[in-house]
Structures are given as C-alpha cells and as structure tokens.
Design a protein around this ligand. Structure first.
Ligand SMILES: Nc1ncnc2c1ncn2[C@@H]1O[C@H](COP(=O)(O)OP(=O)(O)OP(=O)(O)O)[C@@H](O)[C@H]1O
Length: 327
C-alpha cells in the first residue's frame, strides 16, 4: 500500500479470506476505513461479519490477505497494530463483580496504558461514555444500556484510532438503543468506527458509508446516499388528481407494473433499461389525469439490502453492476 495515499486511512484490509475446513466463510474482502468515518458492516446472519471483525482485531488469523492499522502490518507487528484498535465484541467482556472503575483500570492495564496515565485514561473514557458518576457502581447492578457504555469505555480507554463494534445494540430496549447509537455517532467524530450489524435502521442513523457482505463477499461498498440512489430509475412515484385505473398506466410503453399506494399516489415500476417518463407525461396530458407529481422512487437501504442478499450468484453480479452505476 502506498503511504502517501493511505495517510487518512486508519484501517485497510486486502483480499481478506478465511476458511474453516472446506467452508469459505470470508472471501477476498477489501476494506478501507478513513479517519473520523463510521462504516456500517452489514449482512444477513452467517454472512461472515463476525469472522471479518475477528480477523481485523487480530483475534483470528486470516487464511490469506493482509491488514494494516495506521500503516502497521497486523500480522507482522501484532502488538503495535492492536494497540491502535478498540474492540467491543458481540458479547461484551464485562466482569459483573467489579466496579466500573476497577474494570476500566484493569482494561487500561491490559491495553498497556503507562502506569502514570492509568487514572487519567479511565476518567477520560468514563467522561466520553457518560459514566462520570458511575465509577463506584458494580457492573452487575447496572442496566444493560449502562453496561454497554462500560463496554464502549473499555474499547476506548487506551485511545485507539480504530473502534470495532460488533452488534452493539443487541438486547437493549428502544431508549437504550437510541442512547448507544447517539454515543457511537459522537465517538465517530474522534475515532474511525466499524459498526457490524444486521439492523438496517442502525446503519441509516449512525453510518456514513456501508459495506454489505453476502456469503462472505462484499456485494456493496459505497455511501448511504449512493445506496439510496442506486435504485433510481427502477421505479417512479406518480401523483395524479384524476387517476385512471392502474391497468391503464401499466399499458404505457416501458411500464412493468403500476400500483396505487395508501397515499393515493402510484408506484410505477419500469421495465429493465426503460424510462417511461416521457410517455407517462404524454398520456397524462392526453387523458386529463391532472399530473402533479413525478419523481424517482426513493430507494431505501432495505431495498438495496434485499436486492443484494436475497439470491445467490445473481445477487453478486447485480451488486457489481449497482456499484459500477453508483460510482
Ligand atoms: N469456528 C468456526 N468453525 C466453522 N465454521 C465457522 C466458524 N465460525 C464461523 N463459521 C461459519 O462461517 C460463516 C460466517 O459466520 P459469521 O459468524 O462470521 O457470520 P455473521 O455474519 O457474523 O453471522 P451472525 O450475524 O449470525 O453472527 C458461517 O457459515 C459460520 O457457520
């Protein structure tokens, strides 16, 4: 990797692959994380997210591929590279019988924070995670939301550059989820964050960019805005004051299907590669339908995700086309 082009890149992986026996869990994954960015790592169950996170944090050796953390090769210089990473696994490594202070001090020691800086590091991590008044409390007596704050605090206690969070809101109630997402968003200003999740709304509310993993392969890698616009042209939203029956719209050249939505507007699905906009306007004028709204159907991340992860080989091919169209 060229150092001049990776100055702002805190984490880079190339060709990351992991086999378990003859099972290919992760296949040739490329990943690049920039400073101050929150990357959503999204995929259905079994897609290979946790396996990838474990390789990125140095807890599982890749079968092949390379990983650099702030330009340091993780496989060649694991201690130095791991010092730049904070990790919150799916099951937070908490000791319920310790107080928050005791636990964070232990975490800071394990991360080799110099003795003279231990107290300051713990105080900083607590302040950052909204735990300033919780130092003396037993972890086992805290709510799940506060326990997750402690999990985040142990991940940043050694001031890493990269924060890797695996399903950080699983098991929390809706209020706790909102708080933890807000905290992750804030942390994103200071650290580079990878957020592994299968919750689409989590990515939409927290992340700048998204990588979608399917059957161990990256099938989408772009900004959220690009994800939303990737389906533009596939469907249109059409508002008509005096609408005809949907079948009449469906007969227009280039229209595959027309359906009326609860709002009264129509979702008009286009034939592949066809743009029926002009014909639709002509027909609307000719038929006196009172056309007042015509716009591309806004693609949601859910639609992109479903499109890319519903099938098998074809989904991967479609994804490649989607990516090329979006760049
Ligand atoms: N230690 C292991 N031995 C054998 N197969 C494994 C092992 N760990 C993971 N796998 C397999 O690798 C694939 C990817 O698993 P992984 O846990 O990384 O997926 P995931 O995207 O994190 O899924 P989930 O959201 O369900 O945690 C799965 O098919 C899984 O069964």
């Amino acid at each position: 990797m060229n150092p001049s082009t990776t100055a702002a890149v805190t984490l880079a992986a190339r060709g990351l692959t992991r086999r378990f026996g003859d099972r290919l869990a992760v296949a040739h994954v490329d990943l690049e994380l920039r400073r101050g960015e929150v990357l959503g790592f999204l995929g259905p169950n079994g897609a290979g997210k946790t396996t990838t996170m474990r390789m990125l944090t140095g807890t599982l050796a890749p079968s092949s591929g390379c990983i650099e953390v702030c330009g340091i090769d993780l496989l060649e210089r694991p201690l130095q590279a791991k010092a730049r990473i904070g990790y919150l696994p799916e099951t937070p490594p908490l000791y319920r019988e310790l107080t928050v202070d005791e636990y964070l001090l232990l975490a800071a020691r394990l991360h080799r924070v110099p003795r003279a800086q231990l107290r300051a590091a713990v105080t900083r991590a607590k302040d950052r995670c909204g735990l300033a008044d919780a130092g003396g409390r037993l972890i086992g007596a805290l709510s799940k939301g506060y326990q997750q704050r402690v999990g985040l605090a142990q991940a940043i206690v050694h001031s890493p550059d990269v924060l890797i969070l695996d399903e950080p809101t699983v098991g929390l109630d809706p209020n706790q989820i909102r708080e933890i997402r807000g905290l992750i968003r804030e942390l994103g200003g200071d650290y580079s964050v990878i957020l592994s999740t299968h919750i689409l709304s989590e990515v939409e509310s927290v992340c700048d960019r998204v990588q979608i993993l399917h059957q161990g392969r990256v099938v989408f890698d772009n900004t959220l805005a690009a994800a939303r616009s990737s389906g533009a042209g596939h469907s249109l939203v059409v508002g008509l004051r005096q609408p005809p029956a949907p079948e009449v719209i469906a007969r227009i050249a280039g229209v595959a299907r027309a359906e009326r939505m609860p709002s009264g507007e129509f979702r008009v699905r286009c034939e592949p590669g066809q743009d029926p906009t002009d014909a639709l306007v002509r027909e609307a004028v000719r038929g006196g339908w009172g056309l007042y709204h015509l716009a591309p159907w806004p693609t949601t991340l859910e639609e992109v995700f479903t499109q890319l992860t519903a099938g098998d080989e074809t989904a991967v091919v479609d994804a490649q086309a989607t990516k090329e169209a979006a760049t």
